[in-house]
Design a protein around this ligand. Structure first.
Ligand SMILES: Cc1cc2nc3c(=O)[nH]c(=O)nc-3n(C[C@H](O)[C@H](O)[C@H](O)COP(=O)(O)OP(=O)(O)OC[C@H]3O[C@@H](n4cnc5c(N)ncnc54)[C@H](O)[C@@H]3O)c2cc1C
Length: 571
């Protein structure tokens, strides 16, 4: 059984022909292009016009990113997070650059589908059909995450029109996007936020440069008295502000699948190389530390996939009455992307020099994989966000109807109507303890439950004081520990569905226990930790995973070593 994406034996999660065709055509596109050309384009930083043409010709973004209401009768159009995640994984399997074009198109469409401007929505649907790509113009060079300081402005003109002025930085697809959802403030005395649409073809849109040295185009553009009419205004005031944050919510969830795709391709290359390399008369994969790296990498990779899959069900089933996705989303963003970095690092330690070679996918991935954790909120930003949910998660659970695996062909329209972004501390969760108890028979899950118990007691009896709350060197590892609990919970929930081999799950919780202990050690060593707090962290740190070498070997033999030679991209 291979749990990893295998393009040459591709099994889509989608049941409908239209969706399967999208996946299969995309695989055929890249396999026909071949690895030599793919890597050559990457090295030469060639803008992927052929890919953009392919996407348009096959109506791929049109089908994946047009809600049914604007589909114009095409039965394959819907905004389906499960399908988009699957597609993201596939694109990044062939290169994060391709994934990025999809990612920023998703972001660009966010404020449009959230708008009440029907004309703009019809225009977006038409342009998608014509093969357009889109962009999200939020960031400015000097202000980073601080969008309160946005300087781009709309100045009113006679006759109810405006002119836009200002400069945007780090805007993906800004070189060819037919609609750039651009954030600014209205200079009519209100300073209201507004999203309005610009287009790269207009003479008042100055494309200044690509700010990165890469295949993708991450633009710096300037608007010089760019004329804007009512038809170009997507939102203003609190609606515009919420559109910005709610769009980032949608985009953020699409980043984990990007990292997962990259890590899977790297895994195939690494295991095939190491399994066939003989040193001192033995296979490299027969060295125990090498085997350990592969085991850890594979288990972490599977954990990423299980978490992301389960979180997708919550994302699709979210509503005003179920906002649990607001925790599962930054947890995906932060945890899945960092785990991918760890997977690549573990693999690179094994394949060493091979990972530098220009004819490997790996060398490209090694350079790119550190990116996703930093985009749409750094790890810091996401951990701080996650911490807002901690109190209710542990101490104030509630009941919800069970959320089943969701592969329906529903439109995820709630995502375009998420409402105000306030009240995160009020969101309640179902009790995490139920699923952990269900798997308590596995020794490492049981061990993890013990660690969680001590952690919860610490929060109750010796939690951080105000100063520690404000000190990131204390509060960040605390947030990381919380995120591992959430991560473990959803992994276990997902493990029920494919009826995952308990051997795998028990081995997976071996690294969960180790990771949890490591963060406990970080806070223990913090100068501001008090003795009463240190006692709890010592107790957590000293708990170790339960060894089972036979089980470890079984997982290696059954699932990991057999990936040698399983997939290689067409040359
Ligand atoms: C390749 C690439 C593509 C991008 N594509 C787009 C795009 O298409 N559209 C777009 O609008 N933007 C895009 N961005 C911009 C991206 O979203 C920014 O990187 C992001 O807004 C953060 O800004 P910054 O990197 O300048 O970090 P800064 O905001 O300068 O952050 C500096 C430090 O402060 C910390 N920090 C900031 N705020 C907080 C907080 N609230 N809590 C805790 N710590 C905090 C951060 O963790 C970081 O360590 C892209 C960036 C890159 C590199």
């Amino acid at each position: 059984m291979n749990y990893l994406l295998q393009p040459k034996k591709y099994k889509s999660l989608m049941t409908d022909e239209g969706s399967r065709a999208i996946m299969n055509k995309t695989i055929a596109f890249f396999e026909k292009m071949g690895k030599t050309r793919l890597l050559d384009d990457y090295s030469k930083k060639v803008w992927y016009s052929e890919f953009v043409e392919f996407i348009g010709k096959e109506q791929i973004f049109a089908r994946l990113l047009t809600p049914k209401k604007y589909a114009g009768g095409d039965p394959d159009c819907r905004w389906d997070t499960a399908r988009n995640s699957e597609y993201s994984e596939l694109l990044s399997f062939y290169g994060l650059g391709y994934w990025y074009c999809f990612q920023v198109t998703i972001l660009g469409l966010g404020p449009i589908w959230m708008s009440r401007n029907e004309k703009a929505k019809q225009k977006a649907a038409r342009l998608l059909k014509e093969g357009a790509i889109f962009a999200f113009g939020l960031s400015e060079r000097d202000h980073g995450a601080d969008i309160y300081s946005t300087e781009t402005s709309l100045t009113p003109m006679p006759g109810g029109t405006w002119v836009a002025n200002g400069e945007k930085y780090y805007i993906g697809n800004g070189n060819e996007a037919e609609m750039v959802s651009t954030l600014g403030k209205i200079k009519d005395g209100t300073d209201d936020y507004t999203f309005f649409v610009t287009n790269y073809r207009h003479k008042a849109y100055e494309l200044k440069k690509n700010v990165v040295s890469h295949q993708e185009y991450v633009s710096n553009f300037a608007l010089h008295d760019y004329p804007i009419t009512e038809d170009d205004i997507l939102s203003r005031g609190p609606h515009a502000w919420d559109s910005a944050l709610n769009t980032v919510n949608i985009g953020k969830f699409n980043i984990g699948p990007g990292s997962i795709g990259v890590a899977q391709h790297c895994f195939y290359e690494a295991i095939t190389h190491a399994s066939n390399r003989i040193l001192y008369g033995m296979r490299v994969t027969d060295m125990p530390h090498v085997r350990k790296n592969f085991m850890d990498a594979w288990l972490r990779l599977l954990g990423m996939k299980l978490y992301q899959r389960r979180a997708t069900d919550y994302f699709r089933n979210s509503s005003q009455n179920d906002r649990r996705y607001l925790l599962y989303n930054p947890t995906s963003k932060m945890k899945v992307t960092l785990q991918a970095e760890e997977v690549i690092s573990l693999l690179w330690e094994v394949i060493a020099a091979k990972g530098f070679e220009k004819d490997t996918y790996f060398h490209m991935a090694a350079a790119d994989i550190m990116g996703p954790s930093k985009l749409e909120g750094t790890v810091h930003v996401n951990v701080q966000l996650i911490r807002k949910f901690m109190q209710n998660y542990f101490f104030n659970p509630t009941e919800y109807a069970p959320v089943a695996p969701d592969f329906s062909d529903n439109d995820d329209v709630f995502l375009f109507d998420q409402g105000p972004t306030r009240g995160l501390g009020k969101v309640q969760f179902h009790d995490y303890k139920g699923i952990f108890d269900e798997f308590r028979r596995l020794p490492n899950v049981d061990t993890f439950i013990t660690q969680i118990g001590i952690f919860k007691e610490l929060l109750e009896k010796a939690g951080p004081d105000k100063m520690q709350e404000m000190d990131p060197s204390w509060s960040l590892p605390l947030g990381e520990m919380f995120s591992i609990v959430v991560y473990g919970q959803l992994i276990l929930e997902q493990a029920r569905y494919p009826n995952l081999d308990p051997d795998i799950l028990n081995q997976m919780f071996d690294f969960m226990v180790r990771d949890f202990a490591q963060f406990a050690m970080q806070i223990y060593g913090n100068h501001s930790s008090e003795d009463a707090q240190r006692e709890y962290f010592v107790r957590i740190m000293l708990i170790k995973a339960v060894p089972d070498s036979e089980q470890y070997n079984r997982v290696w033999e059954r699932y990991v070593s057999v990936l040698n030679g399983e997939y290689a991209m067409n040359e």
